[in-house]
Design a protein. Sequence first.
Length: 162
Amino acid sequence: MAVDEWAGFFAASAGAAAGLTGLIIVAMSVNIGTIIAIPSITSRAGATIAALVLAVVSSSAALIPAQPLWLLGAEVLAVGLAAACFAVESSYRVLADRGPGSLLAAAGKCLVLLVQVAPFLVGAALLVAGDTAGLGWIAGGVLAVFVGSVLNAWVLLVEILR
């Protein structure tokens, strides 16, 4: 079965995503006063945690033995839609609260949030349809979450203090 070939990737991804989730939570606790004062940062942190939870759940669900592809797709789709809601809400706040900042910079922040979730939704739809190519899309989403989460962890730990 195609899912078995991805077991090593998804096992490593589940652990890495869980570790990054801890980093984001620690970063938030270190600078919580500053984070709470900036609504767009609060929502970006929430969207980042939601994306990491999506990566953990998707990777873990892919490791469930003998699970039909359509069921894995449905699980990823359900959590993916929830994470997408966080990303869309955060994008709205980033654009609304950008102040005198550049629209291009705000759009870039939104893109980071949305690009993390989109591959999961595509992958989930493919899996529900029985297409194993969805696993590759989900793997791409996991990698996008890693990049986006590290960028947002940097913002929460360092940039927020500038």
